[in-house]
Ligand binder design. Structure first.
Ligand code: GAL
Length: 572
């Protein structure tokens, strides 16, 4: 009865002529979540007005007017809807949102894996699949969450089977067929991805799937494929045709009954974030192909162009509808194939630039697709960057919020990403070609309780800074990104004073004195001005040696500490 009344009320609240019209807010009206997991929809009306109210919210969700978002948690699977109302020019605009809560989502968190295109291209073969699968398992990549091994373009025979029209793999490259390659990946506990195109030819000129969607989807399912990357070369440009072609393949995949992750690749040219989910896909590329360089030229996508492409799209991403920023170039070091052209200067990036790419992809909750040469040894620095569990935890956060750029000042961009457990991740990217300093002020950050103290975890370097409720300075190399995870401190965790002091000698002894035993701190922390912990003492001790030659220190007394750390959950 309650459901019937709610449906009638919603019917009258919906605008009569709204079908097909641009939404009131910049963002999707089709969203997904999981039972028992925090959900969030950040509402950004394109009119520039603020949201007046959200009507018909199911129990468990609430509208936070100050932060302009719907947030909360639903325990039961099902389809829910609500209406967003915005006052604009004397009229009340309305928009309806459909939210599906399910345990069976195609892509609850952005997928992670390796794609063959950037360094292997036409050399793809059973042997490459075997070597890469072994390397993914042995290097710790699989353990960190990189589970999909994706064979990109050029796996095909010259033509499909003339009688059945089923797709065939190149006999030279895959002598025992694609089944064997799939089995090799599966035996290593990996999932297998394949590539095709929504036209008669793929980008590299092999046969495409248009007109043969059923045959191809059926064959992929029989081979045991777990993911399809579906490209759009040689296909008509209009959005309606793209929607129709992608939907045909989405339906064919669905009809096989095998769960396959459907990954659209039309390079963001027809704004797939507005319609991609209607095809059955759960992620879509937002740019042309990434290149192994900080700046691309003549259409090449360096990190700078990825930022331009992704920064306005944060309202459109969400659980099971991810914006994909394309392959990561970490580890390629200028030795790729197509990834090595169209860059400014020589291909390859500094380690700070690769780290920025990794940090941003994680802050954006983009699928993470490595593309370096796994047939060769991996450097410890690269592997540490790709598997940093605290960074990956941001990418894989189940609330699925893409970081929004909060401000850009003096060439620094501040990114903000609310997280499922109530923590907030921040990123500060230095776009300047020189080193730069910035200040992060907590009272500027939405999603925080201003006035409260926060634990500050440096995610890139994996250490805890001193907790703060104020601000801290950040020093960045050129093109470097700092990433922080802020966790609210419990009231009784916070006491203490902060002392700033100058030290000129190489080493010195610091005496810290507190009046009255009842005020004795439980922990004394000494940091540099950037909050990096240099020394820490527990218990009643009030004297200790400063370990490093530095000009300035901050000494803080803390009543109790709470560690913020994360370790990856072993997936099946
Ligand atoms: C491009 C696509 C690349 C790669 C290539 C293969 O269109 O963006 O990621 O798949 O085709 O030919």
């Amino acid at each position: 009865m309650y459901k019937v009344i709610a449906a009638v009320v919603l019917f009258f609240l919906l605008p009569m002529g709204a079908k097909g019209q641009k939404h009131v807010f910049d963002g999707p009206s089709r969203l997904y979540g999981q039972p028992g997991v925090q959900f969030m929809q950040r509402l950004v009306p394109w009119t520039g007005d603020s949201v007046v109210e959200v009507v018909g919210l199911p129990k468990g969700l609430r509208f936070d007017k100050e932060r302009s978002c719907v947030a909360g948690c639903l325990q039961k699977e099902g389809d829910y809807s609500y209406v967003v109302r915005v006052a604009h020019g004397g009229r009340m605009l309305r928009d309806s949102v459909r939210l599906t809560i399910s345990r069976q989502l195609q892509q609850p968190a952005p997928f992670m894996g390796w794609l063959s295109w950037n360094v292997v291209e036409s050399e793809i073969s059973t042997e490459v699949v075997r070597t890469v699968a072994e390397a993914m398992a042995a290097s710790g990549l699989k353990r960190a969450g990189y589970r999909y091994l994706v064979v990109d373009d050029l796996w095909h025979a010259d033509s499909r089977d003339t009688l059945t029209h089923s797709p065939l793999a190149d006999k030279q490259k895959f002598p025992n067929g694609m089944e064997e390659a799939v089995a090799i990946a599966h035996a290593k506990g990996l999932r297998f991805g394949i590539y095709s195109d929504a036209a008669d030819r793929t980008c590299a000129g092999r046969y495409g799937s248009y007109g043969y969607e059923k045959e191809d989807a059926t064959q992929y399912a029989q081979w045991g494929v777990d993911l399809l990357k579906y490209d759009y070369c040689h296909a008509p440009t209009e959005r309606d045709t793209a929607l129709e072609r992608y939907r045909r393949m989405g339906e064919a995949l669905e009809a096989t009954g095998r769960k396959m992750l459907y990954y659209m690749c039309e390079w963001g040219q027809r704004q797939p974030w507005l319609w991609g989910e209607q095809t059955g896909a759960s992620c879509w590329r937002t740019t042309y192909d990434t290149r192994d360089g900080w700046t691309g030229k003549w259409g090449g996508v360096g990190v700078v162009q990825s930022i331009e492409g992704m920064r306005p799209l944060w309202p459109y991403s969400g659980v099971n509808r991810w914006n994909d920023a394309d392959m990561l170039c970490i580890g390629i070091h200028g030795r790729g194939k197509s990834s090595s052209d169209l860059v400014e200067g020589r291909p390859g990036m500094t380690q700070d630039e690769y780290a920025t790419q990794m940090a941003l992809w994680c802050l954006w909750s983009s699928p993470l697709t490595l593309s370096f040469d796994l047939r060769k040894p991996i450097s410890p620095d690269d592997i540490a960057l790709m598997t940093n569990p605290e960074l990956l935890a941001l990418d894989q956060d189940l609330m699925g919020q893409q970081a929004q750029p909060l401000w850009e000042r003096n060439g620094l961009i501040l990114w903000v990403k609310p997280l499922e457990n109530g923590d907030v991740a921040l990123g500060l990217t230095n776009m300047n070609d020189t080193a730069a300093r910035g200040t992060i002020k907590l009272d500027e950050i939405p999603y925080l309780d201003h006035g409260k103290h926060y634990h500050v975890r440096d995610v890139m370097h994996r250490f805890s800074q001193t907790p703060t409720r104020g601000e801290w300075r950040v020093a960045l190399n050129r093109h470097q990104t700092a990433v922080y995870r802020l966790a609210e401190m419990a009231e009784d965790e916070v006491t203490g004073e902060e002392y700033r002091m100058q030290v000129r000698e190489q080493r010195c002894r610091l005496k810290v004195e507190f009046k009255g035993a009842e005020n004795a701190p439980k922990r004394i922390v000494v940091t540099d001005p950037y909050g990096r912990v240099l020394s820490e003492q527990r218990g009643s001790g009030q004297r200790f040696r400063l370990p490093l030659p530095k000009e300035e220190y901050v000494v803080r007394a803390v009543a109790q500490g709470r560690a913020c750390c994360w370790s990856p959950e072993e997936k099946d």
